[in-house]
Ligand binder design. Structure first.
Ligand code: ATP
Ligand code: MG
Length: 545
């Protein structure tokens, strides 16, 4: 017996001990109609993780029963995202691989008197379906003979009918309290070219009919899906029983992952891309896996997050800051440190000899002492952040102010003697003296100073562009509203600053902690460009216990 971490593992343990199953075979079933998002990561971790835990396997299954929306581009992108997360599928299957089988099982249902061809329009079917409190009305076509149904279904397949002209429905119970069981449509006519089967078919099975059959054909034991399919489970089971397929998988539902300040539906994400609200599916602000990867969030951080939030039976919303917390945690251990100034102001160290450059040591990553140190330089002119100097400092201001001391990270203590402003009152230069015997790690100056700030050597630095990101959506005080009303149109902030040359010479894609600023990833660009992965400040507050 494996120690269970969630209710799904409890179920599996029980089934294994009762001998109901002998192995665990799951599948991750995306529809290739868009890119995967962080919600899918949850499902991926669950399906692949559960199989792995019980020594079983997990398939990648493309649910491609909806040809008008599906594309090979999406199939390829989905595979790439799964590989990025480090999951290895056992077999890869497409619903379309099983179209012949699904068709023959539909024919079997007709022969068994359990399905009929119906001529009602989609609107008429909806109107006669009844409500939660009223039963539906039986279709006038419900009692067609088996022979007639077989002939009409064959004609549907041959292309004799236009889209929507006829459907195949399961003959269940129009008075069932479960609306999904009121003679559901299981096949429809659709003259569309399929991304894999081309024009072979002009009828396509509905998801509820195709999915259980495909699960069974693959030998899936546990078909894990999200909560909205709970009411579809009776139809899933009916299909398994009545098509008399050999393997009988079990559907288990869990709660979707929802996250604040983001949309989690391919339909909406697609609209953002199509409307040009973002640069593409891989825009670093997108909650897609390609966006998250492009942003620089490590796959392992995402997996740690999915593991930690667990599996629930009730829907809820997770704070986006909780996700960021995992990215920050991971990068804090892994990322090299560097210095860069986003909004620079020049500081003149008046007592530093002109023309002199001094070399200082810098921890590559204090959490990985084995990486050792590298060097940086300091000279008479440096840059600091504008906001690290205050003309009228509030009480307890520990950064730079006139007549105040501050420590330059990994270097010396400096004292501000004076500053220069332009005609608008903006500070254009700060004049300081440095304290020669205050060298970090060897400070004999006796000066106590509470603040430490980052800086770069103005005589040995490169211009760079920093991109800071805000959320695409305003916060959840607008729940349920259309996402277009919640759009944050000011979600990229660009800074032109100066950075250590080390950043320019490092490879693209690498993540750094810019001291006191945040975690950034080096991205493409003629000028050194660093995109924010996550800020340094942790906005996540664990709930009080
Ligand atoms: P979307 O609304 O984004 O299109 P979907 O459910 O239609 O989502 P599919 O491609 O059909 O997307 O989903 C593949 C699998 O991922 C399904 O098992 C689905 O239940 C699961 N999944 C999708 N979104 C989430 C989510 N937010 N949290 C957990 N699992 C999800
Ligand atoms: Mg879907």
């Amino acid at each position: 017996m494996i120690e269970a971490k969630n209710f799904i593992e409890d179920i599996i343990n029980e089934e294994l001990s009762e001998g109901k199953v002998t192995t665990v075979h799951t599948r991750f079933p995306p529809e290739p109609n868009g890119y995967l998002h962080i919600g899918h990561a949850k499902s991926l971790c669950l399906n692949f993780g559960t199989a792995e835990k019980f020594g079983g396997v997990c398939n990648l299954f493309f649910d491609d029963t909806n040809p008008s929306k599906e594309k090979t581009e999406y199939v390829d992108a989905i595979k790439k995202d799964i590989e990025w997360l480090g999951f290895k599928w056992y077999e890869i299957h497409y619903a379309s691989d099983f179209f012949d089988t699904i068709y023959s099982l539909a024919v079997k249902l007709i022969k068994d008197g359990k399905a009929f061809v119906c001529d009602l329009t989609a609107d008429q079917i909806r109107e006669t379906r009844g409500t939660l409190t009223e039963p539906g009305k039986e279709s006038p076509y419900r009692n067609r003979s088996v022979e007639e149904n077989l002939k009409l279904f064959e004609e549907m397949r041959e292309g004799k009918y236009a889209d929507g002209e006829k459907v195949l429905r399961a003959k269940l119970d129009m008075a069932s309290p479960n609306i999904n069981m009121r003679d559901p449509v299981i096949y429809r006519v659709l003259h569309a070219t399929h991304h894999r089967t081309g024009d072979k078919w002009c009828i396509y099975p509905m998801y509820d009919f195709a999915h259980p059959i495909c699960d069974s054909m693959q030998g899936v034991t546990h078909s894990i899906c999200t909560l909205e399919f709970e009411d579809h489970r009776p139809l899933y089971n009916w299909t398994i029983e009545n098509t008399e397929v050999e393997h009988k998988p079990r559907q288990i539902e869990f709660a979707r992952l929802n996250i604040t300040n983001t949309v989690m539906s391919k339909r909406y994400l697609k609209k953002l891309v199509e409307d040009g609200a973002v640069e593409g599916w891989d825009d670093p602000r997108m909650p897609t896996l390609t966006g998250i990867r492009n942003r620089g969030i490590p796959a392992q951080a995402l997996k740690n997050f999915c593991e930690e939030i667990g599996v629930a039976k009730a829907n809820s919303e997770i704070e986006v800051s909780y996700f960021e917390h995992f990215a920050r945690d991971f990068l804090n251990t892994e990322a090299e440190r560097a210095m860069a100034v986003l909004s620079p102001v020049k500081v003149l160290l008046t007592n530093f000899p002109e023309g002199k450059t001094e070399t200082l040591e810098f921890d590559v990553n204090p959490n990985k002492p084995e990486l050792g140190k590298r060097t940086i330089t300091i000279s008479r002119e440096i840059y600091i952040e504008k906001e690290d100097f205050s003309v009228c400092p509030p009480p307890k201001y520990f950064r730079l102010k006139k007549d105040g001391y501050v420590r330059l990270k990994n270097a010396y203590i400096i004292k501000c003697d004076d500053f220069v402003t332009d005609e608008d009152g903006n500070v254009t230069e700060i004049r300081c003296s440095y304290v020669p015997d205050s060298h970090s790690g060897n400070d004999t100056s006796g000066i106590k100073c509470k603040g430490t700030i980052h800086w770069v050597d103005a005589n040995n630095c490169v211009p760079f562009v920093a991109k800071k990101y805000d959320y695409l959506l305003k916060d959840a005080t607008y729940p349920g509203q259309d996402f277009s009303e919640r759009m944050n149109y000011d979600s990229v902030h660009v800074f032109n600053g100066f950075a250590e040359p080390y950043l320019a010479s490092s490879e693209e894609g690498k993540a750094f902690q810019l001291l006191r600023t945040g975690y950034y990833k080096k991205t493409k660009g003629d000028v050194l460009t660093l995109g924010e992965i996550v800020s340094l400040k942790d906005g996540y507050k664990p709930a009080a216990k």
